[in-house]
Design a protein around this ligand. Structure first.
Ligand code: SF4
Length: 266
C-alpha cells in the first residue's frame, strides 16, 4: 500500500467520510463495511493472516509501516498548507495534552466507566461455576428433547449477551475519556457552529451503555440466582448514563455519519 492508493481510496464516492470516527469498531457486526475507508484499509493492510497476530513480528512491522505512511502524509499535507512543522512547539503541545488527559481521567464519567470495567471482570470471575451449571442444564435439555425448549437458541442468545458486555466493557471508558478531553480542550475559534467531536464520542459511549444495559437485563433473566448483583451493575450503568447525558446534553442529538444520517438509507 502507498500514499497514492490511500488518496485514490479517499476519493471513492461510495465511502462515507468519517464514519469510523463514531462507530463502535465492531466491524464484524457493522452494516457499513463496504462504505468505510478504515475497513477497506485494514482489509488491505492485514490481508496476510500473520499480520493479525499481535505476538507476531509481521504484525508490528505492518503497524510501523502504517505509522510511517501516516507521518509522511501529515508532513505532505502540512507542506501543502504552508505549515512548518519544525516551528511548532510540539513539546509544549504534548505537555498541555497530557495535563488535559490527566484531568479527563479524574472526571467522574470516565472514573465511573473504569469502575464499571472492573465490575464486569469481577462478575465474570465469580461466574465460572454459573456458566458450567448453565452448560450442564442446556446439555440435559438437549438430551431430554423437552418440548418448547430450544437449548441451542438459548446458548446462542447467552453468548451474544456476553459478547456485547465484553465488547463494550472498556470501550465506554475510552470514548468517555475522549469526550471529556474534547470538552476540556474547548472548541477551536470559528468552529462553534460545527457538531462537537466530544458530543459524538459521548453519543457512542451512551449507545454502548444502552446496549450493555440491555444485555445485562437479559443476563438477569438467564441467571435468576444472581439477580441482585446484576442489579448493582445495572444501577451503576444507569447512573453513568444519566451523568453522561447531563454532562453532554447535546450528545444524543449528534448525527453520526452513516449511522444517523439520511445517507444510511442509500
Ligand atoms: S464504521 Fe463499521 S466497518 Fe468502519 S471501522 Fe467502524 S465498525 Fe468497522
Amino acid at each position: 500500500m502507498d500514499k497514492q492508493y490511500i488518496k485514490k481510496l479517499a476519493e471513492n464516492p461510495n465511502l462515507i467520510p468519517g464514519i469510523y470516527n463514531y462507530c463502535d469498531r465492531w466491524c464484524e457486526r457493522c452494516p457499513f463495511t463496504s462504505r468505510c475507508m478504515n475497513f477497506a484499509l485494514s482489509e488491505e493492510q492485514f490481508a496476510d493472516p500473520q499480520t493479525h497476530d499481535i505476538n507476531n513480528e509481521a504484525f508490528w512491522e505492518k503497524l510501523s509501516e502504517i505509522f510511517q505512511l501516516a507521518l509522511e502524509m501529515v508532513k505532505e499535507t502540512a507542506q501543502e498548507q504552508g505549515i512548518d512543522l519544525d516551528s511548532l512547539d510540539l513539546q509544549q503541545a504534548a505537555d498541555e495534552r497530557e495535563t488535559i488527559r490527566s484531568s479527563a481521567k479524574n472526571h467522574e464519567c470516565p472514573c465511573a466507566a473504569k469502575a464499571y470495567g472492573q465490575m464486569v471482570n469481577n462478575w465474570f470471575d465469580s461466574a465460572n461455576e454459573l456458566f458450567e451449571e448453565k452448560a450442564d442444564d442446556l446439555g440435559l435439555q438437549v438430551r431430554l428433547e423437552l418440548p418448547g425448549f430450544d437449548p441451542a437458541e438459548e446458548a446462542d442468545n447467552l453468548k451474544n449477551f456476553v459478547d456485547i458486555i465484553r465488547w463494550y466493557q472498556h470501550f465506554i471508558y475510552v470514548k468517555l475519556i475522549r469526550a471529556v478531553q474534547g470538552n476540556l480542550e474547548g472548541t477551536p475559534q470559528g468552529l462553534d457552529e460545527f457538531p462537537k467531536d466530544s458530543d459524538g464520542s459521548a453519543k457512542v459511549a451512551l449507545i454502548a451503555i444502552d446496549r450493555s444495559i440491555a444485555a445485562w437485563g437479559q443476563m438477569r433473566e438467564h441467571f435468576p440466582q444472581r439477580r441482585d448483583d446484576i442489579l448493582d451493575v445495572l444501577v451503576h450503568l444507569d447512573r453513568l448514563r444519566r451523568k453522561t447525558e447531563a454532562v453532554f446534553p447535546d450528545a444524543r442529538a449528534f448525527v453520526r455519519p452513516g449511522f444517523d444520517s439520511p445517507d444510511k438509507h442509500r
